[in-house]
Design a protein around this ligand. Structure first.
Ligand code: IPM
Ligand code: MG
Length: 359
């Protein structure tokens, strides 16, 4: 069966890093191991420039029909003054909602060769391999009512609503438990159940689902403590599951434990395993067009896509091994460069991964 993959290069460094991931996918296709067709569309600022919307209908159509989507990154300072609904980030939120991509997987892995990149002591972070499962289409990001209004006494007030239905908690819980089963069988659910009712329910539902997974050791942390534990003893965690907003914050924090956000992929999936895959880093407009960006997070996102949406775990393993190989060979883009290694460009890094794949 041929896989239908939609490529969304996006803005800033997006197109450059996507080119390298496409190179890797095409190499697998050329050797006959991957049966796929690529389509290309626009999302974010580039879509606004071309069609006046950050998530135009042309993109929406292709996205709905795709088995999986690979995204570069969206955003840039030239779009900051646009009305909110037209900004690049809205394109990202719209495609998440439209495809019901409720399960956001954000790994934080520390590669042996990059242990010095972390701001934490090497012994605290060595061999870190943590997966954050973030709920992505509910919670305070989308809860109604919301808005900015003027009260009777003339003072303005802003408000948002944190709301979770049991079914929403259940489905993200099951994703997290399933992932824990395939990893170290430890799951930590993060909430603020001592203050927020919505997350009191969250904890209760996680407990209930946990009974279906007797092999998984389930624990709970309040989000403030979880933030502290992440920097104190990050290796205590295997899989963490949390709400949309807590996951937004904790996943940024976790990514910095590794010191190299240019290395971290992510996945956003729906119930039918259709997924949007993207690097965890942003569009870095300040370095766009110079071929110095690190394409490895995007290449590793393509590996996640093969693993989680296209049932091609072995090809994913091969890409991940190839990335480890180029790091072991001493190749580094500017963001992870240190003395004694070899600084390479975006395209050189992509070429090196393709070469390592062939071996
Ligand atoms: C992320 C980003 C987005 C989010 C923004 C750009 C809307 O921070 O993917 O983590 O908050 O979800
Ligand atoms: Mg974020």
């Amino acid at each position: 069966m041929s896989h239908n993959i939609l490529i969304l290069p996006g803005d800033g460094i997006g197109p450059e890093i996507i080119d390298e991931a496409v190179k890797v996918l095409n190499a697998l296709k050329a050797e006959g191991s991957l049966d796929m067709e690529l389509q290309f569309a626009k999302l974010g600022g580039s879509a606004y420039d071309a069609e006046g919307s950050p998530y135009p209908e042309s993109t929406q159509k292709l996205a709905k029909a795709a088995d999986a989507i690979l995204l570069g990154a969206v955003g840039g300072p030239q779009y900051d003054k646009l009305d909110r609904p037209l900004r690049p980030e809205r394109g990202l939120l719209a495609i998440r909602t439209d495809l019901e991509l409720f399960a956001n997987l954000r790994p934080a892995i520390l590669y042996e060769e990059l242990a010095n990149a972390s701001s934490l002591k090497p012994e605290i972070v060595a061999n870190l391999d943590l997966m954050i499962v973030r709920e992505l289409t509910g919670g305070i990001y989308f809860g109604q009512p919301r808005g900015i209004e003027v009260s009777e006494d003339g003072e303005r007030f802003g408000y948002n609503t944190l709301v979770y239905k049991e079914s929403e908690i259940e489905r993200i819980g099951r994703v997290a438990f399933d992932i824990a089963m395939k990893r170290g069988k430890r799951l930590c659910s993060v909430d603020k159940a001592n203050v927020l009712e919505a997350t009191e329910l969250w904890r209760e539902v996680m407990e209930r689902i946990g009974k279906e997974y007797p092999e998984v050791e389930l624990s709970h942390l309040y989000v403030d403590n979880a933030a502290m534990q992440l920097v104190l003893k990050p290796k205590q965690f295997d899989v963490m599951v949390t709400t949309n907003m807590f996951g937004d914050i904790l996943s940024d924090q976790a990514s910095m434990l590794t010191g190299s956000i240019g290395m971290l992929p992510s996945a956003s999936m729906n119930a039918s395993k259709q997924g949007l895959y993207e690097p965890s880093h942003g569009s870095a407009p300040d370095i766009a067009g110079q071929s110095i960006a690190n394409p490895l997070a995007t290449i590793l996102s393509a590996a996640m896509m093969l693993r989680y949406s296209l049932e091609q775990g072995e090809l994913a393993d091969r890409i991940e091994a190839a990335v480890k190989q180029v790091l072991a060979n001493g190749l580094r883009t500017a963001d992870i460069y240190e003395e004694g290694t070899r600084k390479v460009s975006t395209t050189e890094m992509g070429d090196a991964v393709v070469a390592a794949l062939a071996r």
